[in-house]
Design a protein around this ligand. Sequence first.
Ligand code: VAL
Length: 183
Amino acid sequence: VVDPSVYVRFPLTSGPLAGKASMLIWTTTPWTLVSNTAVAVHPDVTYVVATDGNEALVVAEPLLGTLGEGWEVTETFAGKDMERWNYQRPFELVEFPEPAHFVVLADYVTTEDGSGLVHQAPAFGADDLLVCRAYGLPVVKPVGADGTFDADLALVGGQFFKKADTDLVKDLQARGVLFRHVP
Ligand code: VAL
């Protein structure tokens, strides 16, 4: 059984690829993207920029095949070169103490599935919490003890976390940042 999952573009806003490429992240929990805080890469893995002629995406070299046919590599670098590159977060629904939303390095990142770039939501993942703490990043948790999103939030306010996936994926799609949805 394969979990439903999404691949999402995170446009880079600082560093050498600012305005030119998006990082691709994969997650089976779209509702945690509301709390996205950072993106983790492995310092020693090779990452590439690949283009299909229309756009440029950053993925781990061993996972290039994830993109499908017709993608050509234009640049290659190590994960550690990406440290602290900033990006546009996937949702602007919650207030976020900055600085946040930059690339962090983490040895737990693998190239077994997804894109080799791991969306971090420290309130909802044990590994994420350790990694984000080391960078002094905030822990933002917009979901209450009853499992519903804080009532004052746009789009997802009051929704049970897992039920919010549907509206969130639709919104990603509408804004052109959804690369692929595997239902
Ligand atoms: N890092 C995990 C993910 O990518 C969660 C815990 C946010 O889905």
